[in-house]
Design a protein around this ligand. Structure first.
Ligand code: ATP
Ligand code: MG
Length: 440
C-alpha cells in the first residue's frame, strides 16, 4: 500500500509524459506511400475517408527510415474497434483486454489499434506493487498514444495520404544516430511492462542501435521483473529474439545483461566448453544466415541446439551408469526439458521435434544393413542431418561421419549398397557401454 502511494508520487505515469510534436514534410523525411503495403494503405484510406485519423506506426516507419523492408505494417487510428469493424468488412477483433483488429489480406495481416490513452480513473489503468501495468485498456488521443509507446524510435507516425511524418519524441534523430532511448523514465517504463527489457535487447541487436546509457543499469538490475510474466508471452519474445536475424548478438547481449535466466536457464552450462560454444555459435550463425536468405526458420531446431550440450552431458552420465544408449538419451532429454520447464516451458508443438532431432543422433552411427535406408526415410531426416553437421563442425563427432551421410543421401538409391559398412552386429552388452558420441 505504502509502496503504491510512493510509486504514485514519484513514478510519473507515462500518460503525463509530453512529447513535442514535429510534423515533418515529405521533402525532409523521404518516405513514400508506395513503400507501404497496399493493404495497409487501403485500410488507412478507408479510415481517413470516413473522417478518422489513421497512420502507419511503430516498427514499419522505423525500418523504412533505416532502409530496411518492414516485416509487417501496424496502423494506429482514433476509430474504435467497433467503428473499424463496420468500415472494413474482412476485419476481426482479437484480444479481450485491449482489442486490436486484424485485417487479413492476400499474404499479410495488418494490425489496427485504437490510440491508447492514460486513464485518469483508478479502474482503467492500474499498476501492481512492482509498478507493472495490470490494466491498460483506455482509448486516448494521438499524443497520449505516442507517450505509451516504448522507445522514441518506435513512436513515429506516417500518414501516407498526406505524406507527413509525425515525430513526438525526436525519434527521427535517434534513428539517424542509431540509438535506443526510452520514452520517459526507463525504470518506471520497465516496471510497467518488463517485456520491454527483452525488446530493448532485440532492437539493439537487430537494428545495431546503441543502448542509451540510461538503460544500462536498469537492464542489468531489473531482470527479476521477468519472473511473474506469463510463459506464453515470454516464449513469444524468446522466439522473436532467436528468429530476428541477429540471434547471435541477442544471446550475447542477453547474457551480458543477465537477462537469459528465465528464458534459457541452462545456457551458461551449455556454453561452458569451447566445443559447445562453437556448436551454439554455428547454430546461431546458420539461423541468422537463413533469415537473411529468406529461408524458413524453425525455432525447434535452434532450441534443440541450445539445449543439446546439457542433454548430451546427462546422456553421457546415464550411459556411464550402464543405461542402454536410447533409453539413456530419452531420459536425458526429459530431464533437461524438465529443468527448462521450471522457468519457461517449451510448448509441446516444438519439444516433439527437438526430441526427434536428438533421438536421430545415435542412429547416424549405424551405417550397416537396412538402418541407414530407414533413417533416410525419416520425415525429419534433413533436420537431424543438419544437426549432425553442426556437431561435426564443432568437433563433437568426426567430420567423416557427416561426409558419409552427405554422400549416402546424394547417391541414387540403387548405388547405395557399396557404401554401407558391414560390421557384425555388436553384442548387446558391449553396446550398452558405448560412448554416445563415438562414431566407430
Ligand atoms: P518488429 O515488428 O520489427 O519486431 P515493432 O516495433 O513493430 O518491431 P511490435 O511488437 O510489432 O514491434 O509493436 C508495434 C509497436 O507497438 C512498437 O513499435 C511500439 O511502438 C509499440 N509497442 C509494442 N510493444 C510495446 C510495449 N511492450 N510497450 C510499449 N510499446 C509497445
Ligand atoms: Mg511490428
Amino acid at each position: 500500500m505504502i509502496r503504491r502511494i510512493i510509486n504514485k508520487l514519484f513514478h510519473r505515469h507515462p500518460g503525463h509524459i509530453k512529447g513535442k510534436l514535429r510534423s515533418i514534410p515529405a521533402s525532409e523525411h523521404g518516405l513514400r506511400a508506395q513503400s507501404i503495403s497496399p493493404c495497409a494503405l487501403r485500410v488507412i484510406k478507408t479510415l481517413q475517408d470516413n473522417g478518422f485519423q489513421a497512420f502507419v506506426v511503430g516498427g514499419a516507419v522505423r525500418d523504412l527510415l533505416l532502409g530496411i523492408p518492414p516485416k509487417d505494417f501496424d496502423v494506429a487510428t482514433n476509430a474504435t474497434p467497433d467503428q473499424i469493424r463496420r468500415l472494413i468488412r474482412r476485419s476481426r477483433i482479437i484480444g479481450r483486454r485491449f482489442q486490436i483488429i486484424h485485417v487479413p489480406c492476400q499474404n499479410e495481416i495488418v494490425e489496427v489499434t485504437t490510440f491508447r490513452g492514460h486513464a485518469t480513473h483508478e479502474s482503467h489503468s492500474q499498476t501492481d506493487e512492482q509498478g507493472r501495468l495490470t490494466r491498460d485498456n483506455v482509448f486516448g488521443t494521438l499524443d497520449e498514444d505516442a507517450a505509451r509507446r516504448d522507445f522514441n524510435a518506435n513512436a513515429l507516425y506516417f500518414d501516407p495520404v498526406h505524406h507527413t511524418l509525425l515525430d513526438f519524441f525526436n525519434g527521427r534523430s535517434d534513428i539517424a544516430a542509431r540509438r535506443l532511448v526510452m520514452i520517459g523514465d526507463p525504470v518506471t517504463r520497465f516496471r510497467e511492462d518488463p517485456v520491454r527489457l527483452l525488446r530493448a535487447i532485440r532492437f539493439a541487436a537487430k537494428l545495431n542501435f546503441t543502448l542509451d546509457p540510461a538503460l544500462v543499469t536498469p537492464l542489468r538490475e531489473l531482470g527479476n521483473l521477468l519472473d511473474p510474466i506469463p510463459e506464453s508471452r515470454l516464449f513469444d519474445e524468446l522466439v522473436k529474439l532467436l528468429l530476428c536475424g541477429h540471434a547471435a548478438t541477442c544471446l550475447t547481449l542477453l547474457r551480458e545483461y543477465n537477462l537469459h535466466r528465465r528464458l534459457l536457464p541452462l545456457l551458461d552450462q551449455c556454453l561452458s566448453t569451447p566445443q559447445d560454444q562453437e556448436l551454439l555459435q554455428r547454430a546461431l550463425a546458420n539461423t541468422d544466415e537463413r533469415w537473411h536468405q529468406n529461408k524458413p526458420l524453425s525455432p525447434g531446431f535452434l532450441l534443440a541446439a541450445l539445449l543439446w550440450p546439457a542433454v548430451r552431458h546427462e546422456w553421457e552420465i546415464r550411459c556411464a551408469r550402464g543405461t542402454p544408449l536410447y533409453p539413456a538419451l530419452f531420459e536425458a532429454a526429459d530431464a533437461i526439458l524438465e529443468q527448462q520447464r521450471r522457468t519457461l516451458p517449451i510448448p509441446h508443438r516444438f519439444d516433439g521435434g527437438m526430441k526427434e532431432i536428438w533421438a536421430m543422433q545415435p542412429r547416424f552411427l549405424q551405417r550397416n544393413g537396412q538402418r541407414p535406408m530407414r533413417l533416410l526415410e525419416h520425415p525429419r531426416f534433413r533436420a537431424g542431418f543438419d544437426f549432425l553437421v553442426l556437431r561435426a563442425a564443432s568437433g563433437e563427432v568426426e567430420t567423416a561421419l557427416a561426409e558419409w551421410w552427405e554422400r549416402f543421401q546424394n547417391t541414387p538409391a540403387d548405388h547405395r549398397e557399396p557404401l554401407l559398412t558391414h560390421e557384425p552386429r555388436q553384442p548387446r552388452r558391449r553396446r550398452r557401454h558405448r560412448s554416445p558420441v563415438s562414431s566407430t
